[in-house]
Design a protein around this ligand. Sequence first.
Ligand code: IPE
Ligand code: IPE
Ligand code: MG
Length: 247
Amino acid sequence: MSLKQQVDPEKLPRHIAIIMDGNGRWAKKKGKLRIFGHENGVKAVREATEASAELGINYVTLYAFSSENWRRPKREVDTLIDLLIKTVHSELKTLMDNSIRLNTIGDTRQLGEKCYNALNLAKDETKENKRMVLTLALNYSGRWDIEQAMRNVAYDAREGSLDPETIDQDVIKQYLTTAEMPDPELLIRTSGEHRLSNYLLWQLAYSELYFCPTFWPDFRKEHLYQALINYQSRERRFGQISEQIKK
Ligand code: IPE
Ligand code: IPE
Ligand code: MG
């Protein structure tokens, strides 16, 4: 039985979040510049996206550029943004062919006008696509998300459209950049690092975490199937005990 056939279609997560990590080390291992790793990461993005759409996953959210990644050498940051613009253009047809809607979370304005416009154009073109939502987290961090949510909660409370008495977790969710999506049931991080690096902090509260040693440019559909098979073997208890779940 192939790996794909081992994935139970009845027990799929609705939302998969991925920390695409290891591009630089992948390139270094080959004696190349870091950007070579980023360029080769594009194929992995295509594989993960396609495999998810084919299986019927509704949301995939990829960590592509964190708020902290500005701290990298300017040359790497600039080339990463250029690569993003190029990729958004080149992948638009694939998004349309597969009926995938492009979405972003994070402060994309700061990525520069050219990038901001390219992203908005692709988001607009794909806005009627219904099969899956592909979200790129760009200039994003989990604490930034909570910070902007709190600011807007405060504005609305001051203006009178939000009664502080009514603020609960559902209300807070509506102010996060992921308001329209369910929380990810599964988080995958490649490259063998075991940390969240300030990704979806609120949203990952009860996600299953899956770490794989593969560097991102080597990530293929089979790696996603493997992650899903592992996810499906776990018992999600949400504070209850095993006997309650099995009832
Ligand atoms: C992930 O790979 C891509 C981005 C963060 C943009 P890295 O660039 O972090 O690669 P490593 O972790 O240094 O190998
Ligand atoms: C996290 O990876 C951010 C992205 C994948 C975009 P990093 O490689 O930047 O994370 P740290 O710095 O090792 O924690
Ligand atoms: Mg890294």
